[in-house]
Design a protein around this ligand. Structure first.
Ligand SMILES: [Zn+2]
Length: 309
């Protein structure tokens, strides 16, 4: 899920005014800290098959009643495009075809980092609803009980609700962010803590799109100094999105930095061991401290603070 970041809040990361999204990869590049591991790289498949299908051909297996109601809602002139893992519902073909192509590439990149796990949903496809009109988006958000009204895109079970939002790069950063949640729903048998779920989505939102564009990433950094961040004792135990825009922006940014710190500044074996502990049902804080060898959260925060400078 991605929440609209307000301009005032976006300035917290120390950059000149960046609008709305905390995640605007292309705008955040600086010098890379010495990386012990590299961010994901994408294979460039020669061709990703996509096929127009009729409404009757849409397989609704795995969809929730609300998803099916939206699919049948005559206010939308849904057309349907099918790829190996997704069925897209769209009104404008050009963007949908790009989402289909990039979506498959992002799926490959993200799932490639989960080598010991299987896609538990395959061969059933996930669905991507694409919204272009702000009015339609607001109506959909209002129809989901309990959903944060600031949300700009989200994933629920096997369906992604994607708004065509922002500039070209931002649209695909957003797709990569949401694709992370969708891939996790397909692969992971456990629920990740909120910071890790959003931190990884932000991380892939940054790197998966850059990789798909063939842009270099080992020497550049998505991690310029972060001046304002959420204290780890709070971050690691948060189970709901902060109410204030400022706190929310800090939450997403700190989650992204902590994920990047764990993935890029430590041997990859540590990350794999940490993830194995999570999958075994261990408490995330205990798994972190034991795997990375910190005595407590304060000790972890002391090390992490160096990465934020
Ligand atoms: Zn998210």
């Amino acid at each position: 899920m991605k929440i609209l970041m307000r301009p005032a809040a976006a300035q917290l990361n120390g950059n000149s005014p960046i609008f709305y999204l905390a995640l605007t990869g292309a705008l955040l590049l600086g010098g890379m800290p010495d990386a012990t591991a590299l961010p994901p790289r994408l294979n460039q498949p020669a061709e990703i098959a996509q096929q127009d299908i009729s409404a009757e051909e849409v397989d609704t297996t795995g969809l929730l009643p609300a998803d099916i109601a939206l699919l049948r809602d005559s206010r939308f002139g849904w057309k349907h495009l099918q790829t190996e893992r997704f069925i897209l519902h769209y009104e404008q073909k050009i963007f949908a075809a790009k989402v289909a192509r990039m979506g498959e590439q992002f799926y490959e990149a993200i799932s490639g980092d989960l080598p010991n796990l299987k896609d538990r949903v395959s061969p059933v496809r996930s669905h991507i609803f694409i919204f272009r009109q702000a009015r339609d988006w607001q109506a959909v958000v209002a129809s989901v009980p309990g959903l944060d009204p600031r949300v700009i895109s989200f994933v629920r079970a096997q369906a992604m609700y994607l708004q065509e939002f922002g500039t070209g790069a931002e649209k695909f950063n957003l797709l990569a962010h949401e694709m992370t949640h969708l891939v996790f729903n397909r692969f992971l048998p456990v629920r990740l803590p909120l910071w890790l779920n959003e931190g990884l989505a932000e991380y892939y939102g940054e790197f998966a799109y850059r990789a798909a564009r063939g842009l270099g990433q080992s020497k550049k950094s998505a991690f310029p100094p972060l001046r304002h961040w959420t204290p780890l004792a709070e971050l690691l135990t948060t189970t709901s999105y902060p109410a204030s825009a400022v706190e929310n922006t800090r939450f997403y940014a700190t989650s992204k930095y902590l994920t990047g710190y764990l993935l890029l500044k430590h041997p990859r074996e540590k990350w794999d061991a940490f993830f194995d502990r999570l999958l075994a049902g261990e408490h995330a804080i205990q798994a972190l401290l034991l795997t990375y060898g910190w005595a407590d959260i304060a000790a972890m925060e002391k090390d992490f603070a160096k990465f934020l400078r």
